[in-house]
Write a protein that binds this ligand. Structure first.
Ligand code: IPM
Ligand code: MG
Length: 367
């Protein structure tokens, strides 16, 4: 039997630093759990632009289509701000999502007990928080046509189009209902049906799909009210399903409830491949953080938790995912903190690799 294959795309900024810690974790599972992965590494984003003049080389795209899972660090940075839109680092990531057809983006927001004090919200509001945002990832205003900057008379006009087909809404809704069935059986769908036709259709289709899931309690909320409710009392939610742009905003908001963007992983899933596994890309929710890149300050936990999601969703290794998540909880409970997890009063943060090593030690203890 061949080993499951992983394509690693560290990308830009802190991407390579946090991914180096993930490599250590992957090696640990190979050495200590007999779970060998066939790992290859390639460039994406600004790093790929520097080498090839494109944020994603066709060969890398082809490889991403073949492997069992892709693990991505982060893309972008000020160095690339002036580039033409078509070759900006972000276009590499968006091409991966689109061509792999990764329509369902799972963004959990979980508050680790050890970090409940660190949230900008009151401890009782966030302690024990465990919600999942399912963001549609391959359509909506991110990809709709027409788009562009056009001349209209003597001025320019910038155009993007929010566009959703029924089948696009139905498939992401189904993935959210399936997840809700495995969790608290509660799903809240968010759109702006009060001002957008695409929102009206979204609400109708989600309601129709909901008839296939009578056990799931379905509710609907306007996305602006959803943002307000997320900060007021986030624990009222279990699974949230929403479109590409609202999902982008709401997942950053939900992430911050947990204390740090440096903690949150994500999985982007598509249709099942021939081997039954979903097409999949895993990445931290945080960006490339160019301001701290190269200083060993970055928190590798979001990227490591993204690998835990890969164990769970791509490789059916839920127990090993829990082992890794528990090791991370242990390390945090022991008081270890990277710089992003320091309160205003400060303290002495551990480095990126220090955090990775501590997680490895906790994994050893789990045996
Ligand atoms: C995200 C990011 C991306 C997005 C960027 C980097 C293209 O913000 O994954 O949330 O807008 O989807
Ligand atoms: Mg975002």
């Amino acid at each position: 039997m061949t080993n499951p294959s992983l394509l690693i795309l560290p990308g830009d900024g802190i991407g390579p630093e946090v991914m180096a810690e993930v490599r250590k974790i992957i090696d640990w599972f190979g050495a200590k759990r007999g779970l060998a992965f066939d790992v290859s590494e390639d460039l994406v984003g600004g790093a790929a632009y520097d080498a090839h003049g494109t944020p994603l080389h066709d060969d890398t795209m082809a490889r991403a289509q073949e492997v069992d899972a892709v693990l991505l660090g982060a893309v972008g940075g000020p160095k690339y701000d002036a580039l033409d839109f078509s070759v900006k680092p972000e276009r590499g990531l968006l091409r991966l999502r689109k061509e792999m057809d990764l329509f369902s983006n799972l963004r959990p927001a979980q508050c680790f007990d050890a970090l409940a004090d660190f949230s900008s919200l009151k401890k009782e509001v966030v302690a024990g928080l465990d919600i999942m945002i399912v963001r549609e990832l391959t359509s909506g205003v991110y990809f709709g046509e027409p788009r562009g900057i056009f001349r209209e008379g003597n001025e320019r006009v910038g155009i993007n189009t929010q566009r959703y087909t029924e089948s696009e809404i139905a498939r992401v809704a189904r993935s959210a209902f399936d997840l809700a069935m495995k969790r608290g059986k509660k799903l809240c769908s968010m759109e702006k049906a009060n001002v957008m036709e695409s929102g009206i259709l979204w609400r109708e289709v989600v309601t129709e799909v909901g008839r296939e899931y009578p056990e799931v309690e379905l509710s609907h909320m306007y996305a602006d009210a959803g943002a307000m409710q997320l900060t007021r009392w986030p624990k009222q939610f279990d699974v949230i399903v929403t479109d590409n742009l609202f999902g982008d905003l709401l997942s950053d908001l939900a992430a911050m409830l947990t204390g740090s963007l440096g903690m949150l992983p994500s999985a982007s899933l598509g249709a099942p491949m021939a081997n039954g596994r979903p097409k999949a890309l895993y990445e931290p929710v945080h960006g490339s953080a160019p301001d701290i890149a190269g200083h060993g300050k970055a928190n590798p936990i979001a990227c490591i938790l993204s690998f835990a999601m890969a164990l769970r969703y791509s490789f059916d290794l839920g127990e090993e995912a829990v082992r890794l998540e528990t090791a991370i909880e242990r390390v945090l409970a022991d008081g270890l903190r990277t710089a992003d997890l320091m309160g205003p009063e400060g303290g002495s943060p551990v480095s990126t690799s220090g955090m990775g090593d501590a997680i490895l030690a906790a994994l050893d203890d789990s045996l």
